[in-house]
Design a protein around this ligand. Sequence first.
Ligand code: 13P
Ligand code: ZN
Length: 275
Amino acid sequence: MNILEQEFIKGFMRMCSDGFMQGWHERNGGNLSYRMKEQEVQSIQSAFSYQRAWTDIGTEVLNLANEYFLVTGSGKYFRNVELNPEANIGIVEIDATGTQYRVVWGLINGAVPTSELPTHLMNHAVKKMTTNNLHRVIYHCHTTNVIALTFVLPLKDEIFTRELWEMATECPVVFPSGVGVVPWMVPGGKDIAVATSEKMHNYDVAIWAHHGIFCSGIDFDATFGLAHTVEKSAEILVKMLSMTPHKLQTITPAQFCHLAKEFHVSLPEKFLYEK
Ligand code: 13P
Ligand code: ZN
C-alpha cells in the first residue's frame, strides 16, 4: 500500500498545485486541511508512526476527538507539495480531549502543521456539526483581488456578499449563504480562529481583511471551485471600480429573487436590501 497513491492525497496535492498556479500561494502563503474518512484512515494506518509527541492545539475541538487530518506544513511552499509530499504535508491525529495533536505521517525532519491549525480545526468543528458531517475541506489562500477589496469596501458581510453576488450571475448559486468578513487580526492563534469559526456557522467563506480567505466544502473540487468563484468575482469588481466608481446597471434584488427561484436556492433577506 502506497500512501501517495491514495485518492484523497492525490486530490489534496493537486489542489495545492492548482492554488499555486492561480497565484494565491506566494512563498509559504496559504494552508489546506482535509478531515479523513474512517475507511481512509484504516486503509493506511499500518504506515503511521505514533512516536511523535502530543502538542497543544491552542484551542479545544471536542467533536473532532480521535479524528485524523491531512494538513500542509507551517512555512512550507504549496509549489513544493507535489515534488516532496512527505516534507511539506502530513497527517495529524487529534487526541481524545480535542486539545492536542500529534503527527503520525509526513512532515519529516521536525516540520510542524500550519500555524493556522487552530482556525482550520475550529472551522472543521463547526462544519462537521452544521453540515451533518459532510464538509471535510478547509482552505486558506491569499486571493489577490479579495484582499485588494478589503481596503476599499466597508468590512461588512452584507456589503461584500452583495457586491460579489452582483459581479457574476452564478455567484448567488455558488455561495447562496453569502460571505463573512473578519476584521484585521493577528493570524495564527485562537482569537482569529474563534472569530473565523463564528462566521462559518453562517457561511462557507470567511474573508480575512488585508490577508485572504478561508473556504469550507465537501471535497477538493467544491472548495477550490468556491475560492475560485469568489476570487473571480472580486477580480471583476476590482476591474469595474478601476473604470468607474458607479455602475450604470447591475443585477437587482428582484432579479436575485427570480434567479433564486429558478435555481432552487434561498438567499437571506439581509443581502437583498434596496440601495
Ligand atoms: P503557514 O506557513 O504556517 O501555513 O502560514 C501561512 C499563512 O498563510 C498564514 O496565514
Ligand atoms: Zn495566510
